[in-house]
Design a protein around this ligand. Sequence first.
Ligand code: LIP
Length: 260
Amino acid sequence: MRLNSPKMNLMYKACMKASRSLIRDFGEIEKLQVSSKGPADFVTAADRRTEKIIIEELLKAHPDFGVLSEEIGQINEANKNNRWIIDPIDGTINFLHGIPHFAISIAYEEKEEILCGLIFDPIKDEIFFAEKGSGAFFNNSRIRVSKKNKLKDSVLVTGGPKFGSLKKNKIFEEYVKVSKLTNAAVRKFGSAALAMSYVAAGRFDGYWEWELNYWDIAAGIVILKEAGGYVDLKKPKKNVNVVATNSKIHEELNSVLSID
Ligand code: LIP
């Protein structure tokens, strides 16, 4: 771990502790796929277990800090100055189906600005992290976004629509429109946190998605910005719409999207 601030160390420790039980749980999924009930309840339990370990570790050090987390919601809601934002399993559907592409995502926010972020893919053992002003890292190496400046040469990633989305058709239309108009290769991997990390590491050149939860992308925001990328939150609070790129293709991608 190349960053040494107390907050990053704490996030790292909490994440590593939680990941041990998450890896064990993922190992059980395959067996459950064949049972008639399927693994859905088990996955919810794994999500909660992971979340509990992370929150316990973080609050042990700072009992008064706020928490916004996918399963439990808010803790210490009145504290708007210091807040942890957690997604214990980002990419739950992948996890549920035994697909090894999901991540733990933890961010630290001060006065509504994300200052530290960490995203860990426990199966590939890949960690992406950043702290404002100190650069972004993948495992132990500094990362930068790609240098592509044309959509036609780019690989993009998107996601959604989520279950029950009212804009479902519009989201599919947009996916087809971007592929057709730009000639970019478009992928859909099922984890917003890893999509943001991959843009930061230059694996993808840009990412867009509609109707996300803030915890899906909070850590990714600082990681991508610190890697030289540009993050555009169209609806910052609820049902977040995000366009996140290497900066260079940002305008061109925005011009083909009709996100409001
Ligand atoms: C998921 C995202 C995914 C998105 C889904 C969902 P979850 O997060 O990472 O990319 O398309 O709508 O929000 O529910 O697995 O934490």
